[in-house]
Ligand binder design. Structure first.
Ligand SMILES: Cc1ncc(COP(=O)(O)O)c(C=O)c1O
Length: 384
């Protein structure tokens, strides 16, 4: 066998032996009760979104036909960006084909030392998403990782490096995707301003669910020009894609320097049409948001009642931390046998010893669905 191929096979065997092999789940069938999705508002199948996609396709085509800088810039992309900026309270916004691409491309561009004149100091929450790490790696930037959500530790690191004449940036999610806990975004912005650092906030899991009108935790902030907010259309909005809400200067800079924007076909009009429709629905969904978060709180209480560890979750994402990959896979499989789908999240996605079931709640779940989930969890985790 070719040596590289042999090594790939060995890597897979080794992952399997540790319970860490990733396999695609069977395509979900009708009747499966799904708690593995990020469709927090139940928008993915709303007829309005499907119709908006079709209408955008009829008007602008199924594909964007090129990068935004070439043939792909439709009026729809610009209308959507203006709408995002207005609702996020930023001067401007820029959309990307995926959230992963937005983070990788925007962070890599923001950390470009050939532009900054020195290697930046990057202060990262230890549990930030892989796409944020990729942005740092692409820029060749070392990260100073602070303990998860620990702003005292962040402040200590900022102070330790305060005499260095280097640009600074703080990277954090606002709602953490695997833990469902919340960053104090006002305190982060305050710290960033005090230390003359940029703040880059990832609102992937907050968009649609948190904020006065549902546009994310940063919606309640008076955004500083040095605060850059990223979010996705792939989770609470039920579609796909990513956005960056920022100053006009930063948008112009990303248009010129973000490789994942420049060298990639613009998001399809189908996607932008549906995402714009979802974005416009978000402020009307206050009651759904409140019911979703109340249901999540009840679920956490019930899980604690079963003696299960839900970490510091305060959102629509509830982990059930079981520790080992083996226990997590056994519980996931037992639930699947009962027609309930949840995600089994293991290292390296989460730290060693914290393998977990990840429950993503949706406004479309009913009380009966929640009762079925709880009963399934009682059986699946009871004997472990
Ligand atoms: C915090 C966070 N940022 C970014 C992304 C990437 O977003 P997308 O799925 O739209 O590529 C994810 C996806 O899981 C995420 O959890």
């Amino acid at each position: 066998m070719n040596d590289s191929l042999r090594r790939y096979a060995e890597a897979l065997e080794s992952a399997d032996a540790q319970g860490l092999l990733r396999r695609l789940p069977h395509p979900a069938e009708d009747g499966v009760l799904d708690f593995s999705a990020n469709d927090y508002l139940g928008l993915a199948r709303r007829p309005e979104l499907v119709e908006a996609a079709a209408e955008a396709g009829r008007r602008y085509g199924a594909g964007a036909t090129g990068s935004r800088l070439l043939s792909g810039n439709t009026p729809l992309h610009e209308v959507f960006e203006a709408r995002i900026a207005a609702d996020k309270g930023s001067e401007a916004a820029l959309v990307f084909a995926t959230g992963y691409q937005a983070n990788a491309a925007a962070i890599a561009a923001l950390l470009d030392r050939s532009v900054l004149g020195a290697e930046p100091l990057v202060f990262s929450d230890r549990l930030n998403h892989a796409s944020m790490h990729l942005g740092c790696t692409l820029a060749g930037a070392k990260q100073l990782r602070y303990r998860h959500l620990d702003l005292v530790h962040l402040q200590a690191l900022l102070e330790k490096h305060s005499s260095e004449a280097r640009p600074r940036i703080i990277l954090s999610e606002s709602v953490f995707g695997m833990d469902g806990d919340l960053a104090d975004v006002a305190a982060l912005q305050e710290l960033a301003l005090r230390h003359d650092a940029l703040l880059y906030l990832d609102e992937a899991h907050a968009t649609g669910v948190f904020g006065p009108r549902g546009y994310g935790l940063s919606e309640a902030l008076d955004l500083a020009p040095s605060t850059i907010v990223m979010g996705t259309m792939s989770k609470g909005l039920g579609v796909s894609g990513g956005y960056v809400a920022c100053s006009r200067l930063v948008r112009d800079y990303l248009v010129n320097r973000a490789g994942g924007f420049i060298f990639s076909t613009a998001p399809s009009p189908l996607v932008v049409g549906a995402a714009l429709c979802a974005w416009e629905l978000v402020p009307t969904l206050g009651p759904e948001r409140a019911a979703l978060l109340a249901r999540a709180e009840r679920l956490r209480q019930d899980l604690r009642g079963l003696g299960l560890d839900t970490g510091a979750s305060r959102t629509q994402i509830a982990p059930v931390i079981l520790g080992t990959p083996e226990r997590t896979l056994a519980a996931r499989d037992a639930l699947e046998t009962n027609g309930i789908r949840v995600s089994a999240v293991r290292p390296p996605t989460v730290p060693q010893g914290t393998s977990r079931l990840r429950l993503g709640l949706s406004a479309a779940h009913t009380d009966a669905d929640m009762a079925r989930l709880l009963d399934g969890l009682r059986r699946a985790c009871g004997g472990l």
